[in-house]
Design a protein around this ligand. Structure first.
Ligand code: MUC
Ligand code: MG
Length: 367
């Protein structure tokens, strides 16, 4: 059960439809596949999506930090020493996606070694999550058409609408068009990725007060400490902290500081080990949790599904698990299938997916 080697493999898979939001856009999944090898021949796998506009990581940076700092720090440890791994990775500041991929690849290897699904090892609450689809910036008619396709093809009935543009009416018009088209048939919430000021956010939320929103997420920057507190105080829906809570300490600060009332847990950002801590913290604080999406591919989505389905709190709301549908291809031998608005996790040992070697060969960019 000893870790013998760690690989960091860059790959690039284009999106058929790029995702655009207030803090950036994604056209190609330039991710890093992390493989943790063990002395028994078992290999654990996970992926790291660089999001420079959110956490400052790049594809090259992830590869370098894994190869030069993380791998030497953990080779020789066993798969059971996950807290030792976490402590050693924590010596390096930042790099959340790189740390998370290493952590989740270790859990995958442990599950495969023990013959157990990671979702069961983490908590085993359920085997499925309802799926929420993120709608990126476009004209209202296009966003409604995309939602129609998601409802009809996949049975998805929860949508997170990206907002944060100027003037705010560009976005409120989209949310209104969606509610008018679908009525009570769908759940709707909005994510601003810090695009608005607190005052613009308040105005937009007032404009949408009749649209029965489920949540509002990261509408303005957490660095606007008093502005955000002022905003959150006047909302009648939970305000989700996403990129403002990359660590458990950030969750405590945002929630006790009253500049958020719910959180997004992203396994791409906190892996399984730290996501578990954050989940327990959220449970103790008594706040809602949504399983978020860092524009993950299918490997990352399988990770979010394994974690989200492990606990009651993380499976209460629909999880953001569908943006891989916009990619032109992926790496799995058996693609994830969204049916009747749900994703079911695999019962195979580990996280529960297999990498197709031909696809990896085709999309890796280091050969
Ligand atoms: C989200 O919820 O914000 C966009 C940037 C990122 O890091 O995650 C996505 C989705
Ligand atoms: Mg967000």
């Amino acid at each position: 059960m000893k870790i013998t080697r760690v690989d960091a493999i860059p790959f690039a898979i284009p999106y058929v439809k790029p995702l655009r939001f207030a803090s950036g856009e994604v056209h190609v999944a330039n991710h890093v596949l992390v493989r943790v090898h063990t002395d028994t021949g078992v290999v654990g796998v996970a992926e790291a999506p660089p999001r420079p506009f959110t956490y400052g990581e790049t594809q090259d940076g992830i590869i370098t930090v894994v190869n030069t700092i993380f791998a030497p720090a953990i080779v020789g440890l066993t798969l059971l020493e996950r807290e030792v791994v976490a402590a050693r990775l924590a010596r390096t500041i930042g790099n959340p996606a790189a740390k998370s991929a290493v952590d989740m690849a270790i859990w995958d290897a442990l599950g495969k070694t023990l013959g157990l699904p990671v979702g069961d090892m983490l908590g085993g609450f359920t085997d499925r999550l309802r799926v929420s689809h993120m709608l990126g910036f476009a004209e209202p008619a296009k966003m409604v058409a995309e939602a129609e396709k998601m409802v009809e093809t996949y049975g998805i009935r929860t949508f997170k609408v990206k907002v944060g543009r100027h003037p705010v009416g560009l976005d409120t018009a989209v949310v209104r068009a969606l509610r008018e088209r679908f009525g009570a048939e769908i759940e709707l919430y909005v994510d601003g990725n810090r695009g608005w000021t607190a005052a613009e956010s308040a105005r937009a939320m007032k404009e949408m007060s009749d649209l029965d929103l489920l949540f509002a997420e990261e509408l303005c920057d957490a660095a606007d400490v008093m502005g955000r507190r002022w905003l959150v105080e006047q909302l009648d829906v939970p305000f989700i902290a996403d990129e403002s809570v990359p660590t458990s300490a950030d969750v405590t600060r945002e929630i006790l500081g009253r500049s958020a009332t719910a959180i997004s847990i992203k396994t791409a950002r906190t892996g399984f080990t730290t996501s578990r801590r954050t989940h327990h913290l959220a449970e103790g604080l008594g706040i809602p949790v949504v399983m978020g999406n860092q524009v993950d591919g299918q490997v990352g989505t399988a990770c979010a599904l394994a974690f989200g389905s492990a606990f009651e709190l993380t499976s209460r709301y629909a999880g953001e698990l569908s943006n891989f549908l916009d990619m032109s291809d992926d790496l799995l031998t058996e693609p994830l299938q969204i049916r009747d608005g749900h994703l079911c996790r695999s019962t195979a040992p580990g996280i529960g997916f297999e990498i197709d070697p031909d696809k990896l060969e085709r999309y890796r960019t280091d050969n």
